[in-house]
Design a protein around this ligand. Sequence first.
Ligand SMILES: Nc1ncnc2c1ncn2[C@@H]1O[C@H](COP(=O)(O)OP(=O)(O)OP(=O)(O)O)[C@@H](O)[C@H]1O
Length: 313
Amino acid sequence: MVEINSNNQKTENLPDEKESENIDDIVISVNNVSMEFNLSKEKIDNFKEYIIKFIKRDIEHDNFWALKNVSFNIKKGDRIGIVGLNGAGKSTLLKIISGVMKPTKGDVAITGKIAPLLELGAGFDSNYSGYENVYLNAAMMGFPKEFIRSKLDEIVEFSELKDFMNVPIKNYSSGMKARLGFSIATLVDPDILILDEVLSVGDIKFRKKSEKRIMELFEKGTTVIFVSHSLNQVRRLCNKAVWLEKGEIVMKGDCEEVCNEFEKTLDEDKDLSKNLRLKRIENLKKRQKILKSMEEKEQRALEEIENEQRENK
Ligand SMILES: Nc1ncnc2c1ncn2[C@@H]1O[C@H](COP(=O)(O)OP(=O)(O)OP(=O)(O)O)[C@@H](O)[C@H]1O
C-alpha cells in the first residue's frame, strides 16, 4: 500500500499481513534516499600531497551512487532484516537511518528514541574507561545521566565485563566492545534498535544471550532494523526483509520470501552464470515496479471513491 508521509511524498509500506491504514503506526519513513560518494581516481600517499593536489584542483573523482532511490516505511514493532552482497549499501542505509550520514537526496523521518549499534566500537572513545563510555554512548543517544545510572548495574551485568569497566576501551577486544555496545543499546529500552552485523561477533554463549534479549525487545514492541550476512539469523529474528543490490531495492516484504529469493540467486552464483543471476534480479525489480504501480492505482481509485462519497453527502 502507499502512504503519504510528512513531506507529502508517496512511499511504499513494506507489505504487511495485517495491513493497517493508520499512518501513526509508521516509525521510520525512508523517502527516495540516494547516497553519492566521491571516489578519488588516484592513489594519494599522504596528507601533504592531498593538500597540494586539492589547492591545485588536481584531484579527480569518480562519482559513485551507493544508494539509489530507496523508499520504504517501517511500522512500530516491525523487525526488518536488510540483506545483500558485500557493497550493496546496507551499512550506508543504516548510517543514514541512524542520522550518522546525510543522504545526497531524499530524507528519512523517524518517530521515537533510536539506539544505533553500527560498526564495532563506533560511539566509543578508546581513551575512556568502560564506565565512562557507557555514559558517553548513552548521552549520544539522548538518554539522561540519571536514567543511565539506574540502568548501569544491568548493563555491566549483561556485558559480563565487571572486571574491565575501569579499563580504557582501547584495551578491549572487538568481542568485548561488541558486548558493551550491545548491552548499552538494548538495556536503555529504545523505541528503535539498529544493529549492523553486531550479533555475529562475540562467542556463541553471548550470541545466544543477545538473540534472547532481542526477542524480549520484540515482545515489548521495539522496532528493530538488522543487517546480517547470516540468512538463518535474519529468518529467526525478522518478520520482514529488504534486499539491496548495488544500492537499489530488488525486493522487500515478507522475510521468508525475500530471503528465499535472495538465496536462490546465491546458489545460481555458484552453479550458473553471472548473467542468469542478474537476469533474475532484473525480473524481480520489474515485478516490484509492477506491484508498486498497481498499488498506486488502487490507492488513487480508493481516493476517488472517497472523494465521490464526500461530495454526495
Ligand atoms: N565513506 C565512503 N566513501 C566512499 N565510498 C563508500 C563509503 N562508505 C561506503 N562506500 C561504498 O559504498 C558501497 C556500499 O557500502 P556499504 O558499506 O554500505 O555496503 P554493505 O552492503 O554494508 O557491504 P558489506 O556487506 O561488505 O558490509 C561500497 O561500494 C563502499 O565501497
